[in-house]
Design a binder for this molecule. Structure first.
Ligand code: CA
Length: 229
């Protein structure tokens, strides 16, 4: 059975999540501050970590940063409402997902199932990346060229450094050139499922991509979302 580590200083939440996870048949571990949480996570015998961002000793973001140097264990962040910066930082630092407090336990359980299923699929070599039949190089009239094997991206001949999330989002837009993509659809294709109205995350990533390339690369479609020509 999968083992899940809960790093959360609020005893009420931590206990509640632990009981629900045990009820679902997971084995659990707990830590109430960033430092001991990191130590526990680095022991390496967990299949998933639930990591609160606001923690004593070490913040959740710092725990994640240090953890990612040594471990690829899936991480779900617990974030405060309205903190888009935390979410974007967390995802860029390698969190697999985040959930906003207060959350419904069913939603957390659903996300855990998705991540564990993906991790299993990847372990068996059925990961969604690098699927057969994908063209290795995508290019657009606006000057973007991306190699989906090497992840190299060029804009008008110049190399562009994109984070993994920016790359995924740009790739989806490139693959759907000429199609007005709603924020919801972009989210579900980039992240795998719905983010319950948190579509402003997409605006943040589009802004980053534009800053690294040009405003003309991605068109805003009023009332819908975004499109590449
Ligand atoms: Ca906390």
């Amino acid at each position: 059975m999968s083992r899940i580590l809960i790093i959360e200083d609020e005893e009420k939440i931590s206990r509640f999540v632990e009981l629900e996870l045990m009820h679902e048949g997971y084995e659990t571990g707990k830590a109430a501050d960033g430092r001991s949480g990191l130590e526990e996570a680095l022991k390496g015998d967990y299949d998933l970590v639930i990591l609160d961002i606001m923690l004593p000793e070490l913040s959740g973001i710092e725990v994640l940063r240090r953890l990612r140097k040594e471990s690829a264990v899936p991480v779900i962040l617990l974030t405060a409402r309205d903190s888009v910066t935390d979410k974007v930082t967390g995802l860029d630092m390698g969190a697999n997902d985040y959930i906003t407090k207060p959350f419904a336990i069913e939603e957390l359980l659903a996300r855990i199932r998705v991540i564990l299923r993906n991790a299993e699929a990847q372990a068996e070599g059925r990961g969604s990346d690098g699927g057969k039949g994908d063209p290795a190089v995508l290019s657009s009239d606006c000057g973007i060229e991306m190699n989906t094997d090497s992840h190299a991206v060029h804009y008008k001949g110049k190399a562009v450094e994109l984070t993994n999330r920016e790359f995924i989002l740009l790739k989806i837009l490139m693959e759907n050139r000429g199609v007005a993509m709603s924020r919801e659809r972009l989210l579900s294709e980039a992240w795998g499922y719905d983010y319950y109205g948190e579509t402003n995350i997409i605006d943040v990533y589009v802004r980053y991509i534009r800053q690294k390339t040009s405003d003309d690369v991605i068109r805003t479609i009023r009332g819908v979302g975004y499109m590449m020509e």
